[in-house]
Design a protein. Structure first.
Length: 365
């Protein structure tokens, strides 16, 4: 899919908060709000058009697929595992922040914010009758850092119940490290202050930096916090609605086969469904390469299902062994593994053609 980022589309006269709040006769560019002027992606507008064409807009439920997509995304991308039962769907992060403040405070209580910070934090606090308690960030050497001594003083003030954390921080652009988050947690736990973490920007992190969910740093921080995120829909381009009931049937049959062999003390190689050995699509293997952001942590090598990545030198990949599963790409905390864009586009076309018909289940162990 080719996207158009060049066509200028006028938004004046559409009740745009960004554009129509300005005088029409002033030559001013509004750059104050996170509101893009690119046309919405076709996949989204087409899905909306299909829903509108149905013609009925009654009350809807949140499908299980939504919760599955979010929990799997965070587990795969950010190594944070949580349960569906811990999630509460809301209409947005700002309404969620306001609701949590209302639930966990009383009018007159103090809520700590680390300024400069997103302007809606202030209105959310004041609209609930609470006090803004500022813990200003320290700007030095071209970046911001937390003033932990001041934070300790502020959370000790009478009536302070919440720390409204912004992780990553808007507008400072800081991606807080695990060490910084742990120290925040220690201070808040000592002083019985709950952390409300706005993590809406968790996917907007540059190479060389790694987002850490606040609730993932320790069990204590998990149970003393509320995390607000806004997960974007993940479009599964291929293998939609898989695994299905037939796939699960194959898997159950294979498990029963293994169970029967173990019961009979038969340790011969089982009959595994699918191509053996595993074959790359159209013999066009996609081998991810390490970038300069690689820290040689070795996580990719330890997670590689076929041992194609050298544990002593993760940048070295055995192309003959690699099965292009992309696990190394998804587990890398530094987003340091990349795929050749041209090759990926070619293979995408091959996959699109190959996936017109249903493929039988294949197991790779």
């Amino acid at each position: 899919m080719k996207y158009d980022f060049d066509t200028i589309i006028s938004r004046r006269g559409t009740n745009s908060y960004k554009w129509d709040s300005l005088p029409a006769d002033k030559d001013i560019l509004p750059l104050w709000v996170a509101d893009m002027d690119f046309r919405t992606a076709p996949a989204i507008t087409e899905a909306l058009a299909k829903r509108v064409a149905h013609g009925i807009f009654g009350y809807v439920r949140v499908p299980d697929e939504y919760y599955t997509a979010v929990t799997r995304w965070f587990e795969r991308r950010h190594h944070w595992t949580f349960r569906k039962e811990w999630m509460l769907y809301t209409s947005g992060v700002v309404p969620a922040v306001s609701a949590v403040i209302k639930a966990l405070t009383q009018p007159g209580d103090g809520v700590v914010v680390q300024t400069p910070v997103y302007n809606c934090f202030f209105s959310s606090i004041r609209n609930n009758g609470c006090r803004v308690v500022a813990n200003p960030l320290i700007y030095a050497d071209g970046t911001y850092r937390i003033d932990f001594e001041d934070l300790e003083r502020k959370v000790k003030e009478p009536g302070v119940k919440l720390l409204l954390l912004c992780n990553p921080h808007n507008p400072a652009g800081r991606v807080w490290t695990r060490e910084e988050l742990c120290r925040i947690g220690e201070i808040c736990l000592r002083n019985n202050v709950t952390v409300l973490s706005d993590e809406i920007h968790c996917e907007l992190v540059f190479s060389g930096h790694s987002y850490t969910p606040y609730a993932s740093v320790s069990e204590e921080c998990l149970w003393n916090s509320v995390t607000c995120v806004s997960e974007h829909s993940i479009a599964h381009r291929y293998a939609k609605n898989r695994p299905d009931k037939d796939d699960y049937g194959h898997l159950r049959a294979f498990a029963e086969q293994i169970e029967d062999k173990l019961r009979r003390n038969d340790f011969s190689t089982p009959a595994i469904p699918g191509n053996r050995p595993y074959r790359k699509v159209a013999k066009a293997g996609i081998v991810p390469k390490a970038t300069k952001a690689c820290t040689q942590c070795g996580l990719c090598a330890s997670r590689c299902p076929v041992g194609a990545i050298d544990k002593n030198n993760p940048a070295k990949v055995d192309k003959k062994v690699c099965i292009s599963c992309m696990r190394c790409v998804t587990v890398c905390p530094h987003h340091a593994r990349r795929i050749n864009g041209l090759l990926l586009a070619i293979v995408n076309m091959m996959l699109k053609k190959a996936c017109i018909v249903r493929k039988e289940c294949e197991l790779y162990l």
